[in-house]
Design a protein around this ligand. Sequence first.
Ligand code: NIG
Ligand code: FE
Length: 411
Amino acid sequence: MSWDILIKNIKGLAQVRDQNVAVVAGRAMAVLPSIPNSYLAMKDGIIADFGSMDNLLFQHATQTIDASGCFVLPSFVDSHTHLVFAASREEEFVMKIQGISYAEIAAKGGGILNSARRLQQASEEELYDSALKRAHEIMQTGTGAVEIKSGYGLTTKDELKMLRVAKRIGRDTPLTVKTTFLGAHAVPQDISKEEYIAVILNEMIPAIAHEELADYIDVFCEQGFFTPDETERIVEEGKRFGMKPRIHANQLHRSGGVQVGVKTKAISVDHLENIGEEEIMALKHSEVMPTALPGAAFFLGLPFPPARQIIDAGLPMAIASDYNPGSSPCGNMPLMIALACIRMKITPEEAFNAATINTAFALELQQTHGSITRGKVANVLITKPIPSISYIPYAFGSYLVSKVILNGKVL
Ligand code: NIG
Ligand code: FE
């Protein structure tokens, strides 16, 4: 018997959970269990063993990595992205700099509708090629599992095209991919909202379910987009076809998104820039994962979600990138963690828990991802030599990942 990979002399092996922990909430989020001066062994793509260097007796491995001075963490789970898109939107970025708001740009046919026009013109191959580049980019910054949404197709054919591309990314790369149908992202210009909702309910959901293209269903519940009642109708129909809800909630207004997420038993409610006591109380009586997307709040200059209040209320919290061309053109999870610490005043330990265990739970990957636990998928990252784990968000923007191992293979 021999291990495939042995990492030894690790300065700190972080997010070690001997017994699988599904969610960390409230005060428990402040604890990131770690083993100093440690080793980690992998076999057949699975975490086989770990512990203190003092207890490392068996040393036979095909590949041995010396991680002196470095930290090892489970790879990040990014539970909210729009990774498949046809074109960037830096013209709108410049408009926003000049003072035009995201909502104004959207109302003029920019925003999501702009991305939809470009995506409708792109072939499946073109979309795949650009999405594959982004997939490689996020793996380099330590992401090992990712959720990818549709929502820039806005016709049945184009929504299917997006989801097929997302599925292919999961097959062709070491990333674990979960897919979400977000037909209710915006209303196309040539059709009324009622007509479009009928298309979503009667055409899109059955077609997507038939090809088994989506694990989840999402709605942009927001003023000017979809109301809570419309959201409920759409996600309930998705549920009938086996897609569990996750909701774009309370990004621009107190839209009722959180309440409808709780009511429909959503897996997660994401964004949360505009929530208060009432939404936090609603979440307390639910199993829904509150998810902050600090990249979007930062990029759009919105207030950040009240993460401190959420955690202090005893709730769990997750952090994802929202990687998309309009509101967060960035899938860099270490940077999201930095933004969360700097702007939402959560500690590095809370932020790492939010971006690993809790996002794994939000993608129903808690059995296989999100922590260093025997039997879980061997998805880890090795940092460059750094003084501590807190150095990662502190030195925001520095590239501190030296190696990524996914499914037991070094990238
Ligand atoms: O999560 N808010 C809605 N959807 C995306 C942005 C979409 C876009 O602007 O293209 C988001 O922020
Ligand atoms: Fe989003």
